[in-house]
Design a protein around this ligand. Structure first.
Ligand code: AMP
Length: 418
């Protein structure tokens, strides 16, 4: 199916096709085939599609068309709002607008509103209005408090990684933002996961939404493996796998900043160039680390779940779960950093005695058929603790809130965080 059959207007199609061509997109992916026509018709959508399947372009194309077909207005009127959970993802989405809209005779003024950097340049960029804002919720609320923009004329709201935005941690911020938006609007929700409780929440605010479920949960291109290994042997096993697989680059997910720093030190001692990406770094450092990784100047990016969602690293061959994610949904998001856009990828998880029950829970949630392997020389010696799984989740909560989540929840409840 060509891009010309998505229902895009003939006035905008040739320019968009040039942008698509330059991006190396020759035909629409399944999510684009299904979501673009419905989105152009103004339908509310809940789109469940695997990681790396081209969700961003699906909504960017609709937004570019709507912008282009509307009469030009000065000052500009903000009609399209995209919300995402992390700053990195916001910057990445703004880049897709630039790439795909490059050849349009009239291009939208896209403002990226993210925290961690001075608010002043963003306020300056909003002078004279914006056509599209791509934002993280906290900074958007700051800008609203400064009267730097109005959401009263937004016609289309996109929640990318919608289930994350609807979780408790962001819930209050999202409610405040929704209160500023017109009731009459189109709302599009995208994610690779919609846990049942969140799905109900999501559907509540939509008008007769069309639900699209596209493809398998995890891309078939990702080969998943799991090794049963004692926690103190994980560095040695990781080094052995790096040597054996000769991955030119690797993303390794850890459960805490401290574990990440320890691991990076151990890898550097073994002459593997590794750095840690986490939410306590200055924003400039976060951006630089990710850029170094994208440029291939860094072999191993050790990361917390900050990098689990949406981040697109072209041709990343493998992901390792050094620690398992607390949330089963994040398992799919983490491994989805590899195997993107139809490329092959490998995802390896380390499971120790303490996380055995949680691994089984993740497997059950996602109906995984991944054998737990024992690697010669790394046979586990630790014994699993007795099962405490009266709640059926192996004693590990689905998602323990991060510090930021706790602060947000406490702010929402009007009390200090613990
Ligand atoms: P996304 O799911 O939006 O993060 O996209 C995943 C990857 O697929 C990104 O690297 C995109 O550049 C790429 N991509 C998106 N649409 C297409 C397409 N139609 N053809 C080829 N690659 C695409």
């Amino acid at each position: 199916m060509p891009f010309s059959s998505l229902g895009l207007s003939p006035y905008v199609l040739p320019a968009l096709q040039q942008g698509l061509q330059q991006a190396g997109y020759h035909e629409p992916t399944p999510v684009q085939q299904q979501a673009v026509p419905l989105s152009l018709q103004g339908r509310d959508l809940v789109v469940l599609a695997p990681t790396g399947s081209g969700k961003t372009a699906a909504y960017v194309l609709s937004i570019l068309q709507q912008f282009f077909m509307a009469p030009a207005r000065r000052p500009r009127v903000l009609e399209q709002l995209v919300l995402v959970p992390t700053r990195e993802l916001a910057l990445q989405v703004a880049d897709v607008f630039t790439t795909l809209g490059r050849e349009l005779a009239r291009r939208p003024h896209v403002v990226c509103a993210v925290g961690g950097v001075s608010i002043n340049p963003q306020m300056m960029a909003l002078r004279g209005g914006a056509d599209v804002v791509v934002a993280t919720p906290g900074r958007l609320l700051d800008l609203l408090a400064h009267n730097a923009l109005s959401l009263r004329q937004v016609r289309r709201l996109v929640l990318d990684e919608a289930d994350r935005l609807l979780e408790l941690g962001f819930g209050d911020e999202l409610r405040q933002i929704l209160a500023e938006l017109p009731v009459q609007r189109q709302t599009l929700l995208f994610s690779a996961t919609f846990p049942a409780d969140i799905a109900a929440l999501a559907a509540a605010g939509l008008r007769d939404p069309q639900h699209l479920h596209i493809g398998t949960q995890a891309p078939v291109e990702i080969e998943q493996r799991a090794f049963h290994v004692d926690s103190e042997r994980r560095v040695a096993l990781l080094l052995e796998l790096l040597e054996e697989a000769q991955w030119p680059q690797l993303m390794v997910f850890v459960g805490s900043i401290r574990d990440g720093e320890r691991l990076a030190v151990a890898l550097r001692k073994a002459d593997v160039h590794a750095q840690v990406l986490h939410g306590q770094l200055a924003q400039g450092r976060r951006v630089r680390l990710l850029q170094d990784f994208r440029d291939g100047e860094l072999r191993v990016l050790v990361a917390t779940d900050l990098a689990a969602r949406g981040i697109d690293i072209a041709r990343l061959p493998a992901v390792v779960n050094y620690d398992l994610p607390r949330s089963p949904a994040d398992y799919l998001h983490r491994i989805g950093r590899t195997g993107r856009a139809g490329e092959k990828g490998q995802a390896v998880s380390f499971v120790d005695a303490a996380s055995l029950a949680h691994w089984r829970l993740i497997g059950k949630r996602h109906r995984l058929e991944v054998a737990l392997e024992q690697r010669p020389g790394f046979e586990p010696r630790q014994v699993a603790p007795p099962a405490v799984a009266a709640d059926g989740n192996g004693g590990i909560k689905g998602r323990r809130p991060s510090r930021k989540d706790r602060l947000r929840a406490a702010a929402a409840a009007g009390k200090p965080a613990d």
